[in-house]
Design a protein around this ligand. Structure first.
Ligand code: ADE
Length: 279
């Protein structure tokens, strides 16, 4: 998968992403991460990319033209190595997914590539969205700074508006890095152990069960005996139950969304009764 990050601070995103698991996946060729400096597309004397907002107000706004040119350059490069027919299909499927998508502007090359604008006004990023975006071959992430970006260019190039949570950051770079990390670990080959992406928190809307490693006893606390039993069915059952308990205790909002079997529901009811949480 290829990420293309449009930003005024390319070194920030590259330094943050070229380490550890993601860095290794880049070196191994499972991912590519390109950071494009929007300032390189500011064709004015001072290479400025921001200006005052019409109508007044605090701060500066990123201007439309450098953002547009940076996006066009990336889009053209992507399309140059992609078959045109495939692209048309991609565009159709992309148009069907994703909330907050701009109207398709047929005939424009750049409309064909999924382009995310990181903004607190976007749909809140979650595991489901990461899974959806991990299916793309190319993803363009647009990072705003200052007070945001001129609305007109957003209307032309953005397909998805995404927020990483209900708080305001100084720019879209950290959110873009969060998204690249969460999406990358779902790309085949990035995690050595494919199972670890499958059985983890948010799988089935349940949080992951507690895990233990050596030694068998630490600070007087023993590893739950079932994990030492070698009985795989019992271990799976225990882990599933622990996931349910953990979700109930830490993220009860998720519990409504997960599907428990009748047997699990019965077990959970009994567990609650035992804890005196139901009478
Ligand atoms: N830019 C500033 N704050 C943000 C947020 N919470 N999510 C995404 N992009 C942002």
């Amino acid at each position: 998968m290829n990420f293309h990050i449009l930003t005024l601070f390319p070194e920030m995103v590259l330094n943050g992403l070229n380490t550890s698991i993601i860095g290794r996946a880049v070196n191994a060729g499972f991912l590519s991460i390109e950071a494009v400096n929007i300032r390189d597309y500011a064709f004015n004397k001072h290479q400025s990319v921001d200006d005052y907002p019409y109508g007044g107000g605090a701060g500066m706004l990123m201007q439309a033209e450098p953002v547009y040119l940076a996006h066009e350059a990336v889009a053209e490069k992507i399309l140059a190595r992609t078959d045109t027919a495939d692209c048309r299909e991609d565009q159709e499927s992309a148009a069907a997914v994703g909330a907050g998508m701009a109207t398709a502007n047929e005939g424009k090359l750049s409309r064909r590539i999924r382009t995310v604008y990181l903004s607190p006004q976007g749909r809140v990023f979650d595991q489901k969205m990461a899974e959806d975006l991990a299916k793309e071959d190319d993803l363009i992430l647009l990072c705003g700074h200052y007070e945001g970006i001129d609305e007109r260019v957003l209307e032309e190039i953005v397909t998805d508006y995404v927020s990483i949570g209900d708080y305001v950051l100084t720019g879209g770079e950290l959110p873009a890095m969060v998204m690249v990390d969460a999406i990358s670990r779902l790309v085949p080959g990035v995690l050595h152990n494919d199972v670890s992406a499958e059985f983890e928190s948010f799988q089935d809307n349940l949080l992951e069960y507690p895990q233990y490693s050596r030694p068998e006893e630490w600070h007087g606390k023993k590893v739950p005996p079932v994990l030492l039993s070698g009985h795989h069915a019992n271990i799976e059952k225990w882990r599933r139950e622990q996931s349910i308990i953990r979700t109930y205790e830490r993220r009860p909002d998720l519990l409504d969304k997960c599907e428990l079997t009748e047997k699990e529901k019965k077990w959970f009811r009994e567990w609650l009764e035992e804890k005196n949480e139901i009478h």
